[in-house]
Write a protein that binds this ligand. Structure first.
Ligand SMILES: [Zn+2]
Length: 414
């Protein structure tokens, strides 16, 4: 057991690291300086057991054998033009508080390594590129063979770096709250990116429209069909279909022969997502055919919904109560998505929430304002939860028994 009093001794130093990272925001797969700051931190604290993965990802290993616990921190920032820390050329800013995760996990590693002996293994992963942004750059990295997928965690899954890990713990800011609060068991939505290309035939728009097949009309019919489908979307399923026209035709005096409708489909579970995708694909295919055209559908997998391990959350709950008492929010559902959802397909995974920030998440006024809530409390919860699981391996056995793998790696990468 590590006490809050012991951890409060770290608060000032944690604030300094927070400030340094907050002023070094970098987009996904561009986190070189962030990575250097953290590696220097570990060097300064005599932690040398570092492994690198792909672009900017790395891990620290403490102890060995089983049980094996994985901790995750995200390295990247996102684009927020007017944020006070945003600079040219990318205007990146830590408006999602990922740098807080880095500080918290760095100090978890520091505290655990000071323990006399660890009965098991803890791996702390610092992972690149969680935000699904800057996609042209990432696609160029894929084209150059430097990464295989657009998200950091998906690349690590492909490299098999989590294969030996039994449970995964992560945390995320909850944004502004009225009083000290923590959150457990929140669901995140999943999404797929869809591109619908409507194909028709060009003809003179005034002289011979009867000889053309109007791709834009096929698209409009599809958009109406999607609107009519909305009554089948249930509130509990958190469905969003947000598509936009990115090509409306070729020439104002010709019947459009090609149009493009693209965007995301979101849902709170994998089944909801698949069912909604099927409905919208069907509408696009048949609306295009109804007018004599054709629809080519391109699907890119985004992130899977996050389904948190309730059994793993139970390990954290008593430690959260020490920090925030009864003020623990449970079972929230969010339209937001994250690639931590992909990890939850394969391993019991949690991402708990913490308070201590102000402003709007992803907004130009987002920042930490209370380091006790945003740094020390999460550190306390993680250190003690990890120590509980290492001291009582039956806890992890129970968590694993409670968990069902949702798909095979082959299915996932297909
Ligand atoms: Zn985030």
């Amino acid at each position: 057991m590590i006490t809050l009093e012991q951890l409060l001794l770290e608060q000032t130093e944690m604030e300094l690291l927070e400030k340094q990272l907050f002023l070094t925001p970098e987009l996904g797969f561009k986190e070189q300086n962030t990575q250097e700051i953290l590696k220097q931190f570990f060097k300064d604290h005599g932690i040398t057991n570092i492994e690198d993965y792909g672009i900017n990802g790395f891990s620290i290993t403490i102890g060995e054998g089983k049980p094996s616990i994985g901790l995750i921190a995200e390295l990247d920032a996102l684009v927020v033009n007017n944020h006070p820390t945003a600079k040219e050329p990318d205007y990146a800013a830590h408006a999602c508080g990922h740098h807080l995760q880095c500080v918290i996990m760095a100090y978890v590693a520091k505290k655990l390594i000071q323990l006399p002996q660890l009965s098991g293994c803890v791996k702390v992963f610092f992972v690149a590129a969680e935000e699904y942004v800057d996609l042209d750059y990432r696609k160029s990295l894929v084209d150059n063979g430097q990464i295989q997928f657009l998200s950091g965690k998906k690349n690590l899954l492909q490299l098999g770096v989590f294969d030996d890990i039994e449970v995964i713990l992560s945390c995320h800011t909850m944004g502004a709250t009225e009083h000290p609060t923590m959150e457990l068991n929140a669901s995140l939505s999943g999404f797929v990116y869809k591109k619908y290309q409507f194909q028709g035939n060009s003809a003179h728009a005034a002289v011979a429209p009867h000889l053309g097949i109007n791709a834009l009309n096929a698209q409009v019919l599809t958009q109406n069909a999607i609107a009519l489908l909305r009554e089948t979307f249930q509130e509990k399923d958190m469905v969003r279909v947000h598509l936009m026209t990115t090509l409306g035709g070729q020439s104002v005096n010709a019947v459009p022969s090609l149009t493009v409708l693209e965007g995301y489909i979101r849902g709170i579970t994998f089944d909801v997502l698949s069912l909604t995708e099927k409905k919208v694909d069907q509408a696009a295919t048949h609306c295009a055919q109804a007018l004599g055209g054709n629809c080519i559908i391109e699907t890119t997998k985004g992130y899977y919904p996050l389904e948190q391990s309730r059994a793993l959350s139970q390990v954290l709950r008593p430690h959260m109560e020490v920090c925030v008492g009864e003020s623990i929010i449970d079972e929230q559902k969010s339209f937001a998505a994250g690639d931590v959802g992909d990890l939850s397909l394969f391993k019991p995974t949690i991402q708990f929430g913490f308070s201590g920030c102000k402003g709007t998440v992803h907004g130009d006024d987002f920042m930490m304002h209370n380091s006790l809530e945003a740094l020390v409390y999460p550190l306390y919860v993680l250190c003690n939860s990890v120590m509980d699981m290492l001291e009582k391996p039956a806890m992890i056995e129970g968590i694993l028994k409670d968990f069902k793998v949702k798909m095979t790696k082959e299915e996932y990468f297909a």
